[in-house]
Design a protein around this ligand. Structure first.
Ligand SMILES: [Zn+2]
Ligand SMILES: [Zn+2]
Length: 321
């Protein structure tokens, strides 16, 4: 935490609950007479998976319980959208189309449990960005038919579909792959399908490129994707899961890219990309720092596909009795 936090209390931020909002701790040596009320930066998390994708854990009750412990007041589920082609991953990656009603019931059950605890639950989806329109027809039908609050767009370059697409075009060098990846994000946001681009610099992870990724090598391409996002009103996601994926301790996007995004006028959403209840709000302190360093004062959330601005609270503690 920052130097502004009194030392004896700084340690309180180390625990899980520290990521919540309005966190109250007793000052040591005061017999509980003096409390410090911390205003936490975020009381929402808008990238959450369910076991329906085949690689996440948590039932509605444990997710609501974990959300409450962390001081969350709004959560948005965004499980992986069904795709007709196994090249986008089978049952271990995403639900089948006939399981959509099960997903809806899962979210409704979380709503039922969340409401009495003051937690608003929203219905979202993590859709795919892909360079070929042909495979998008079923996905578009689902996006049209389901009453989603929020639609993320992800280019999961690590899936066989994208590897095949690259191979068939002879695109092999890191430079070619990275340029195409960001060009596809650019056309993705121009399609108007998505409210926000999930983990936008995912190309740096999972081995689709061989070498280390330096954003400076691709500044023009990345800025073009950012300008497209700003022009189309599509957000980019601050996705804190990047810090925990074992290939460099950084949330998405990298600090340089985030600074360019701010310069280009992009707005942001925020999500932990939770695949288990205890992952809710993971890395949110890093997100707060990124926003503060760049002077970004608000984050967008979505309700029925309409954007809302949520101010980011400062980390300064207020003293109470
Ligand atoms: Zn996932
Ligand atoms: Zn996700």
């Amino acid at each position: 935490m920052d130097g502004a936090v009194p030392m004896p209390l700084a340690f309180a931020f180390a625990g899980d609950r520290a990521e919540g909002r309005r966190f109250c701790v007793s000052a040591p040596g005061t017999g509980g007479a003096q409390h410090f009320l911390f205003t936490m930066p975020f009381d929402f998390d808008t990238h959450i998976h369910t076991p329906l994708c085949g690689h996440a854990l948590g039932e509605p009750d444990s997710i609501i319980e974990a959300a409450d412990e962390r001081g969350l007041r709004m959560i948005t589920f965004t499980c992986h959208i069904p795709m007709p082609d196994d090249a986008f991953g089978g049952r271990g990656i995403r639900m089948r189309r006939d399981e959509l009603p099960v997903y809806r019931r899962f979210v409704d059950e979380a709503k039922r449990l969340g409401t009495p605890r003051g937690i608003e639950v929203r219905y979202g989806i993590e859709a795919e960005i892909f360079p070929e329109e042909g495979v998008m027809a079923q996905m578009d039908e689902i996006l049209k038919a389901e009453p989603f609050d929020f639609v993320l767009g992800s280019l999961h370059h690590q899936l066989p579909a994208y590897h095949t697409w690259l191979r068939e075009r002879g695109l092999e060098t890191d430079a070619e792959v990275v340029r195409h990846y960001f060009k596809h994000l650019e056309s993705g946001v121009r399609s108007g399908r998505y409210d926000s681009v999930a983990h936008p610099d995912l190309i740096r992870l999972y081995g689709t490129i061989a070498g280390p990724f330096d954003p400076a090598d691709y500044e023009e391409t990345i800025r073009a994707a950012l300008r497209a996002a700003a022009e189309s009103g599509t957000c980019w996601e601050i996705n804190t899961s990047g810090k925990f994926k074992g290939q460099g301790p950084h949330i998405h996007p990298l600090p340089e890219i985030f600074a360019w995004a701010v310069e280009e006028g992009v707005s942001f959403t925020l999500g932990s990309d939770t695949h288990a209840p205890e992952m809710l709000t993971q890395g949110f302190d890093d997100a707060r720092r990124l926003l503060e360093i760049n002077g970004v004062a608000s984050i967008r959330t979505f309700l029925r596909r309409e954007a809302e601005e949520r101010p980011v609270a400062t980390a300064a503690p207020e003293s109470t009795q």
